[in-house]
Design a protein around this ligand. Structure first.
Ligand code: 5GP
Length: 184
């Protein structure tokens, strides 16, 4: 079986970042895509590691040149996209690839790459999602509301995905994802 492209989506604050970080730690051969975004870096975020932080003009150029595998405006605000070349290079090297993107982007990848595997990370419950978002305290009240609205739309689309994993306990979710990706 050739190397697989796996898409991980799921609502805000469900713990995608934590799950992906743990998976990356455990499986060295894995390539995790680095997105380009027009939003500003948060404290501690490093250009080229967490994201490629680019201007609106640069993002326009990347799209116009066909360099994005997918891109979307997330939370009605900034644009985020997956540069195609590094993904294709990693797949060509036989490395499994993980892209962590929003619902819109997942749908684009499904259309472009029918062999991609789509995984959706679910919270144990709606209340738990709200409390995780409030608890991490990285967004103000307005932004939290906006993200919760997006989360409702995303959760309603969970059945479009090939696999659903409930992020009840991080290690369990990581092993399930690893197994779905054929890493375990
Ligand atoms: P944040 O601003 O919190 O880092 O990310 C916000 C959202 O953008 C996340 O839910 C994440 O899934 C989504 N996102 C990050 N990178 C990409 C990308 O390359 N493409 C798409 N479509 N969504 C992305």
């Amino acid at each position: 079986m050739g190397a697989k492209l796996t898409v991980l989506a799921g609502p805000t604050a469900v713990g995608k970042g934590t799950v992906v970080a743990a998976l990356r730690e455990q499986y060295r051969g894995l390539y995790v895509s680095i997105s380009a975004t027009t939003r500003d870096p948060r404290p501690g975020e490093v250009d080229g590691k967490h994201y490629y932080f680019v201007s609106d003009a640069k993002f326009d150029q990347l799209v116009a040149e066909g360099k994005m595998l997918e891109w979307a405006q997330v939370h009605g605000e900034h644009r985020y996209g997956t540069p195609a070349a590094p993904v294709d290079e990693a797949l060509a090297e036989g490395r499994p690839v993980l892209v962590e993107i929003d619902l819109d982007g997942a749908r684009q990848i499904r259309a472009k790459r029918p062999d991609a595997q789509l995984v959706f990370l679910l919270p144990p419950s709606w209340d738990e999602l709200v409390s995780r978002l409030r608890g991490r305290g990285t967004e103000d009240a307005t932004e939290q509301l906006r993200r919760l609205q997006t989360a409702k739309v995303e959760l309603a689309a969970a059945d479009e995905f090939d696999v659903k994993i409930v992020n009840d306990e991080v290690n369990t979710a990581v092993s399930k994802l690893a197994s779905v990706m054929g890493l375990a």
